[in-house]
Design a protein around this ligand. Structure first.
Ligand code: C5P
Length: 220
């Protein structure tokens, strides 16, 4: 039994990786499986929320038993994810779970780059928009959505997490206590707020998501 702590609330979630094209058949992506973002979507739905799930390319089914309560929007690149997110700034809560590419390829080629025997292509990059920072900027004006950021770090988790909280101007940052939880069913989290940090036990991602939803519901 779970209390409907988010009944009537709108929850916006980004999940999965992004894919940045190089040419029509090649691209750059990352190891995000989407499991954590989709688990948060499920927990939010269970808690009675209406969920907009903006998903990068990943192989997870939308929780179908909740069709009326969840709208999934599939995107590919960080730019597309940014555009999709910005249409839903009226949400009450934003969980930025996606592993968004920091850069996209400049001058994406219209045709497949041909292999040459003696040379390799070099890529130039452009910086992608920071989706979470942009939502946080809007939230500073409109007093919503309540923004929750995520972090996967390889070192100095606490320090980097706290820096991220300040740099992105968000009230909560959830850091994966790694080293590498990509694709796994279990995770352990360090929840960072200005008032202090809290470590969760190691649990499956749905159980963790239910805890997070419970916690966030007390903040809005
Ligand atoms: O340090 P970093 O920018 O990677 O912070 C990670 C957090 O920011 C995650 O919540 C991620 O979803 C979000 N992010 C974003 N847009 C970006 C980069 C990161 O929303 N371009």
């Amino acid at each position: 039994f779970q209390k409907k702590v988010l009944a009537g609330k709108k929850v916006l979630i980004t999940a999965g990786p992004t894919y940045e094209a190089i040419d029509p058949v090649r691209g750059i992506t990352n190891k995000s499986s989407g499991k954590m973002g989709f688990a948060i979507a499920r927990a939010a739905i269970e808690a009675g929320a209406n969920v907009q799930l903006i998903a990068g390319p990943c192989h997870i089914n939308t929780p179908l038993e909740f069709t009326g309560q969840v709208q999934r929007i599939n995107v590919t690149s960080a730019q597309e994810m940014h555009a999709a997110v910005m249409k839903h700034l009226d949400a009450d809560v934003f969980f930025a779970v996606a592993a968004v590419a920091d850069w996209s390829v400049k001058n994406i080629k219209d045709e497949k780059i041909k292999k040459a025997d003696s040379s390799s292509p070099s890529l130039e990059f452009v910086i992608n928009p920071d989706i979470l920072a942009d939502v946080a900027k809007a939230a500073a004006k409109n007093s919503k959505p309540y923004c929750v950021g995520f972090a996967a770090e390889t070192n100095d988790l606490e320090k980097h997490g706290q820096e991220k909280l300040v740099r992105k101007n968000i009230p909560m940052l959830v850091a994966n206590i790694g080293p590498d939880t990509f694709g796994l069913d279990e995770n352990q989290l360090l929840i960072i707020e200005q008032s202090g940090n809290k470590k969760t036990p190691k649990l499956n991602k749905l159980a963790l998501s239910r805890e997070l939803i419970q916690l966030v519901s007390t903040k809005i």
